[in-house]
Write a protein of this length. Structure first.
Ligand code: GLN
Length: 478
């Protein structure tokens, strides 16, 4: 759904924010049993609609006033419980809003509901054991992807223009690819993490789903920026992420192809290690498309790529352990729960989280610390240095998003290599956007394929320009 079109309808009073929300709620009414949502607060929606209508009346509206959206349930909200997809936090009320959420609320965005997810963001399929499994709308045997699986559904069905999830190791980009939408992961520190319940604090980012890149740039304009409450955000000059749209890559050339001068980095080694035929040919096609637009392909060497998943798992497990063990306190005070169900904090976790929790505990216990955790951190620095070097002669890097097609996703969590391509940008903090590229038909099934482009730190405006150009030439807003 096009945000600008919706804005036009709202601005010229062809539709009221209240009716729009009602229409969407009606649409999702019969989907509620499908577990896409954990919480929907009707009173809150009403309040927010009234506020946006007030803004419209006073002519204080902007592009986002009255636009409906949904958030992953990892973001704290003042009036609605924040569960992080877990049983222990099922009635957990937080007294503040996430920073980006406050910014959107002030602009008059309407939060339709909070989406289902993998518990504490650990996982890649949104098969939540407590709030229910989220199915792929195309085929119930396949997964929708995760961990922000609930948030992608309404966007992929063209019901809302954008929704917000979180990306720690690919949780926005992977479901985006599986559902034919764009998944955006910004530079670490571009959007405030205040209010995002932490999984792995050094890698968590707020991510955006949408069907077209213009929507994403409009949302980015609204939610980025320095936040005193999050010391990892950067104090940069306020940017307009739409400023390069429709321009040439090298701004001074007028008549050449739009992406002339763009250097695209591709790792030969990674490419040669893709054994899945369809994924390989997909990447080949994409590189040809980029060449068609005038870009130049450059071969690069990404160091330590084989260790990336291991390092990601070591760091994320350790950080998960230290981040969620604090919820243990809840059990100290919740005696009834303990005596009635004989449940401890550890027992109430899902298997996925339990595994990571256990591994994390082991990894940061005193003598293992140096061997695994600190070593991983050192290699992480080397990986970052290597990327910095690559970006002195490359503008973007192209990688696949996932190494499998949907068919194999049933045993998703057994496969620890799943985050191979996506976790690189989380380890390094680089911005990365996954873009749909192909639809495959197999028997009665439809599968979507995509790819991701990784850019230099804070180069989001340029990445948006590239995707806008690519979108115009090779796919329409589906
Ligand atoms: N599948 C990954 C994990 O379990 C990624 C999760 C995420 O990005 N939140 O760690």
């Amino acid at each position: 759904m096009n945000l600008l079109r919706l804005y036009y309808l709202i601005y010229f009073k062809k539709i009221k924010p209240f009716d729009l929300s009602k229409f969407i709620l009606k649409k999702i009414e019969n989907l509620l049993f499908k577990n896409y949502f954990i919480n929907i607060d009707y009173n809150y929606i009403k309040k927010q609609c009234l506020y946006s209508e007030k803004l419209l009346l006073k002519n204080k509206n902007n592009l986002l006033t009255g636009i409906p959206t949904t958030y992953k349930d990892i973001f704290s909200t003042k009036n609605i419980p924040t569960t992080a997809g877990s049983r222990i936090l099922k009635n957990y009320n937080i007294f503040y809003n996430a920073t980006f959420l406050n910014k959107l609320n002030n602009l008059g965005v309407i939060n339709i509901g909070k989406n289902n997810m993998d518990e504490f963001c650990v996982g890649s399929n949104t098969f939540n054991f407590y709030f229910g499994k989220v199915e792929n709308p195309l085929n119930k045997n396949f997964t929708i992807g995760g961990s922000s699986g609930g948030s992608v559904y309404l966007v992929s069905k063209n019901i809302i223009p954008f929704s917000i999830g979180s990306d720690t190791g690919g949780s926005v980009r992977q479901p985006a690819t599986l559902n034919n939408v764009i998944g955006f992961k910004p530079t670490y520190g571009l959007i405030s993490r205040y209010g995002l319940l932490a999984y792995s604090s050094s890698m968590d980012t707020v991510g955006i789903f949408s069907k077209n890149i213009l929507n994403i740039s409009i949302v980015l304009n609204a939610i980025t920026g320095f936040d005193v409450k999050d010391p990892t955000t950067f104090n940069l000059i306020k940017e307009d992420y739409t400023r390069y749209l429709n321009k040439n890559w090298l701004l001074n050339r007028i008549n050449s192809k739009k992406l002339t001068g763009l250097n695209v980095g591709v790792s030969k080694k990674i490419f040669n290690n893709i054994y899945n035929f369809s994924i390989r040919s997909n990447i080949e096609d994409i590189l040809l498309n980029f060449e068609f637009l005038g870009a130049k392909i450059i071969f690069i060497n990404i160091l330590f790529f084989d260790f990336v998943t291991t390092i990601y798992n070591i760091i994320s497990s350790s950080e998960l352990y230290s981040n969620i063990s604090k919820y243990n306190n809840k059990f100290l005070f919740d005696k009834t729960y303990y005596f009635l169900y004989k449940k401890t904090f550890f027992n109430s976790l899902s298997i996925n989280t339990k595994n990571k929790f256990f591994i994390g505990n082991y990894l940061i216990s005193s003598d293992k610390n140096k061997k695994f955790f600190f070593l991983s951190k050192k290699i992480r620095i080397l990986i970052i240095e290597n990327f910095k070097k690559i970006f002195t002669f490359c503008d973007i890097i192209i990688l696949p998003t996932i190494s499998y097609n949907n068919l194999k996703f049933l045993n998703l969590n057994l496969n620890k290599n799943l985050d191979k391509y996506t976790s690189v940008s989380n380890l390094t903090g680089l911005p990365s956007i996954s873009i749909p590229s192909k639809i495959l038909y197999y028997k009665n099934f439809k599968f979507f394929q995509g790819f991701q482009i990784i850019g230099n730190y804070f180069s989001e405006a340029k990445l948006i320009q590239i995707i806008y150009e690519y979108e115009k030439n090779f796919f329409k807003c589906f």
